[in-house]
Design a protein around this ligand. Structure first.
Ligand SMILES: Nc1ncnc2c1ncn2[C@@H]1O[C@H](COP(=O)(O)OP(=O)(O)OP(=O)(O)O)[C@@H](O)[C@H]1O
Length: 313
C-alpha cells in the first residue's frame, strides 16, 4: 500500500526558535494525486513544502518521499522538483537561457534537455527569447513551473503556483498539472484560492497553526453535515422568497454584505432541505436559473475548522 505513496510523513515537528511551525504533522500523498495544502497565513504550509523539497529538515518525525526515507542532509530528494516563495530565476537571462542554465547545472546537454517542450507546455513559447526581468509575476510562475518540469519529476511541489496568473494562465497551468497527474506524477500544491484547489485537487490537507485539522478527499468535506448559504436565482424572486419561507429547514438570509441583486435570494440550508425547495419552486412554476453555494464547501469547511482551532476548541 505504502509503495503507492509519493509522500508519507508521520509526526513531523519543526520549530523556528520559540515558533512551532509544524506540530506532529502526518501527510499521505498518493502517486498521481494532486494534493492541496491550505491554511491561514503562518499555518506552516511553506515550511512543510520546504521539507518535501529538501530545503530544510524536520526536528523530529519520519518523512518518506517516493518510497525513500529522507536523511538529515539538505538536498532535493531524487525525483522531486518545485519551488517555494516563488521560483528562483536569473533576471538578465531569457526564458530559454534560464532553462538551459538550469539544465547545465544538472549536467544535462541544454540542446537535448526538452526546453522547447516545457516552454510549450507552460505556454511561454512566444516569449522564449525575452529576458525574465520583464516578465510579469504570472509569467515568472510559469517559467518556474517549466524549470521544474524539465527534470521530469515524479513529485512536483508548488507553493502558490497560481499567484499572479490571469484566468487563462490559470486554466493553462491547471491543464498541465492535471495531465501530469494523469501520467502518474504526484503534485503537492498550496494555495489561498479555494476555487483553485477545488478545480484541481482530489484531496486536501488543512493546516492551522502548524497542526493538521483535516486531511482527506474533498467530497468528504462537502458532504459533512453542515448548513451552507446558497444563492438561488429564479424567474420570480418574490414567489421564490415566499416559497423558501414556507419550506422547513430553509432560512432566508438577509443583509449578506454581498452586492444586492434583486433576482437572487440567499438561503441557509442543509442539502436535503435545499432539494425540497428546488422541487417546490419547480412545482410552483418558478424556474431555477442558478443555484450555487455563496462560499464553496471547501472554504466553508476551512473557515469552520480553522476558527475552531483558533478558539482552542
Ligand atoms: N526561517 C524562519 N525563521 C523563523 N520563523 C519562521 C521561518 N520560516 C517560517 N517561520 C514561522 O513559522 C510559521 C509557519 O510559517 P510558514 O511560512 O510555513 O506559513 P505559511 O502557511 O506558508 O504562511 P503564508 O500563507 O503566510 O505563506 C510562521 O509563524 C512563520 O513566522
Amino acid at each position: 500500500m505504502d509503495a503507492l505513496l509519493a509522500v508519507r510523513a508521520r509526526g513531523i515537528n519543526k520549530c523556528f526558535g520559540d515558533v512551532v511551525a509544524l506540530d506532529n504533522v502526518d501527510l499521505d500523498v498518493t502517486q498521481g494525486q494532486i494534493h492541496g495544502l491550505v491554511g491561514p497565513n503562518g499555518a506552516g504550509k511553506t515550511t512543510l513544502l520546504g521539507l518535501l523539497l529538501g530545503l530544510a529538515v524536520a526536528d523530529s518525525g519520519r518523512l518518506e518521499i517516493l518510497g525513500t526515507p529522507v536523511e538529515r542532509a539538505l538536498a532535493v530528494p531524487d525525483g522531486v522538483a518545485g519551488f517555494v516563495d516563488g521560483p528562483g530565476l536569473y533576471p538578465s537571462l531569457t526564458a530559454r537561457q534560464n532553462l538551459a542554465a538550469l539544465a547545465q547545472l544538472r549536467g544535462h546537454d541544454a540542446r537535448t534537455a526538452g526546453i522547447d517542450e516545457v516552454l510549450d507546455q507552460v505556454g511561454l513559447t512566444d516569449v522564449a527569447d525575452d529576458k525574465a526581468r520583464g516578465f510579469s509575476l504570472g509569467m515568472r510562475q510559469r517559467l518556474g513551473l517549466a524549470a521544474a518540469l524539465l527534470t521530469k519529476p515524479r513529485l512536483l511541489v508548488l507553493d502558490e503556483p497560481s499567484n499572479g496568473l490571469d484566468p487563462s494562465g490559470k486554466r493553462h497551468v491547471h491543464r498541465v498539472l492535471t495531465r501530469l497527474a494523469a501520467d502518474g506524477t504526484s503534485v503537492v500544491v498550496s494555495s489561498h484560492r479555494m476555487d483553485d484547489l477545488e478545480a484541481l485537487c482530489s484531496e486536501v490537507t488543512i493546516l492551522a497553526t502548524g497542526r493538521v485539522v483535516f486531511s482527506g478527499p474533498l467530497n468528504k468535506l462537502a458532504s459533512e453535515n453542515r448548513e451552507l448559504d446558497y444563492r438561488v436565482r429564479t424567474s420570480d424572486p418574490l414567489a421564490a422568497r415566499r416559497l423558501a419561507n414556507d419550506t422547513d429547514g430553509i432560512r432566508v438570509v438577509e443583509g449578506t454584505g454581498m452586492r444586492q441583486d434583486a433576482e437572487v435570494l440567499v438561503v441557509r440550508a442543509l442539502v436535503p432541505a435545499l432539494d425540497e425547495l428546488v422541487a417546490y419552486l419547480v412545482r410552483s412554476g418558478v424556474a431555477v436559473r442558478e443555484l450555487a453555494p455563496v462560499v464553496s464547501p471547501l472554504e466553508a469547511a476551512f473557515l469552520a475548522l480553522t476558527e475552531r482551532q483558533e478558539d482552542g476548541k
